[in-house]
Design a binder for this molecule. Structure first.
Ligand code: GCO
Ligand code: MG
Length: 432
């Protein structure tokens, strides 16, 4: 959807130096496109310029508030950017952040992130260079990627881990279904696929932390016995334990030799990471829910975590992400960027432009998208042999086919509801 052209001329003048010296290139439009070739909302931002054929693409995908993010972009951000020099990424980032005054939150963060990635893509395309080259080039052949498996029975899970290993993955996230309890990332939690999830909308299965603590550490240890030490295992607690339960979980899961435990606590309990991190050798990963870079800074000072799970669109884009990557390197924390299928291939490639060239790298979450996604996003990078490799094309290398996108309209813009369905055994609403 184009931004509204019926507005008065923006109050905000272009930057002073552009007023004085002019600009080689000007932004002529910022357009948003909502599409769902994978079933979940992908919100694409295209920043267009007065140079024929020169545009940048970003990703502002926020499955739970996608229509709000689109409104921020169309109503507030787009009119402010028309006429600006797309080269001034830092200036634009700061003025957009300040124009919201109350800072961004996840909605503002995703809107800002969509524009920011598009501007970096545009800059690199204009220079005819891959985005990672702009950031200092590569430091590794490929970025190790992890894939997801889940199941109820350790033997069944182990089989799936070994199958992922066969496909070349050295890192596999393992989620364990707990009979009678809703556990994130497993069939009992309502399938990840939004269409199937809609059918599971009335899921009545409660979250049961006691059952989770009894079952999951033991199952993870058994999976480790069955698969051996040649493959890294990860697990996502998905913010469902309180600090006391988290300590119990870490004690019980120590023998599974996990690469990391993700979202052991909710962001609201982040103050407890210091104590838990000091008390246990189990590596901790957190951050997909952080939309303010300062939330990471607080944990990097200790450091109280081992891996930073940056979700680049929500954080406000590559501009803040690059600063955090540098801080992670200086603080001995490694990047493990977030990237399931509900971030688009544009965001996955933009994230890779950062991880392929950062010495502070651990592993990148990678989606294997449905074939329809590859039609909508030509240049989509698919994990190969357990890793991601940049295409070498100018920019982040992923394009966007508007016509193909229209064939996959978003059927369920209100996907957020299922994230509010989870209740505990006492009936209280639980973190999803
Ligand atoms: C992960 C995440 C996701 C989130 C999803 C929310 O580690 O991949 O936890 O699965 O639940 O991105 O929309
Ligand atoms: Mg997660």
């Amino acid at each position: 959807m184009a931004h509204r052209d019926d507005r008065a001329a923006p109050l905000l003048a272009p930057a002073p130096w552009v007023e004085e010296r002019g600009a080689k290139t000007r932004i002529t439009a910022v357009r948003t496109f909502l599409t769902a070739p994978h079933g979940c909302a992908h919100l694409v931002v295209r920043v267009e310029t007065d140079e024929p054929g020169l545009y940048g693409l970003g990703c502002a995908s926020d499955p739970q508030r996608t229509l709000a993010v689109r409104a921020v972009l169309d109503e507030y951000v787009a009119p402010m950017l028309v006429g600006r020099d797309p080269d001034d990424i830092e200036d634009i980032h700061r003025l957009l952040l300040n124009s919201a005054y109350w800072r961004g939150g996840s909605i503002g963060g995703n809107a800002l992130g969509g524009v920011d990635v598009a501007l970096w893509d545009l800059k690199a395309k204009r220079l005819g260079t891959p985005l990672h080259s702009l950031f200092g080039g590569r430091v590794r052949h490929r970025a190790a990627a992890y894939t997801h498996v889940d199941g109820a029975d350790p033997a069944e899970i182990a089989e799936r881990v070994l199958a992922a290993r066969e496909r070349g993955f050295g890192h596999v996230r393992v989620q364990v279904a707990v009979p009678g309890a809703d556990t994130y990332g497993t069939a009992s939690a309502g399938p990840a696929d939004p269409a199937a999830a809609a059918a599971a909308r009335e899921r009545r299965v409660p979250w049961d932390s006691a059952a989770y603590l009894r079952t999951v550490p033991r199952a993870l240890a058994r999976v480790r016995e069955l698969v051996g030490d040649e493959v890294e295992l990860l697990h996502d607690v998905h913010e469902r334990l309180d600090p006391r339960q988290a300590m119990t979980f870490l004690n019980r899961v120590e023998d599974a030799g996990l690469f990391f435990v993700e979202d052991l606590l909710a962001p609201e309990d982040a103050a407890h990471f210091a104590r838990l991190h000091a008390a246990s050798p189990v590596p901790l990963a957190v951050g997909e829910l952080f939309h303010d870079p300062q939330q990471f800074v607080a944990l990097l000072n200790g450091p109280d975590i081992d891996f930073a799970r940056l979700r680049i669109p929500a954080l406000g884009g590559l501009t803040p992400a690059r600063k955090l990557a540098a801080l992670c390197e200086l603080r001995g924390v490694r990047l493990a960027p977030h990237g399931p299928a509900d971030v688009s291939p544009v965001a996955q490639a933009a994230t890779l432009a950062l991880t392929i060239g950062s010495h502070a790298f651990g592993v990148q979450e990678a989606a294997t998208f449905r074939p329809a996604v590859l039609d909508v996003f030509p240049g989509t990078i698919t994990p190969d042999g357990g890793g991601l490799e940049p295409s070498g094309k100018p920019g982040h290398g992923v394009d966007f086919d508007e016509r193909a996108a229209r064939r996959h309209p978003l059927r369920e813009p209100l996907e957020h509801e299922r994230w509010a369905l989870l209740r505990g055994t006492d009936g209280s609403v639980q973190r999803p």
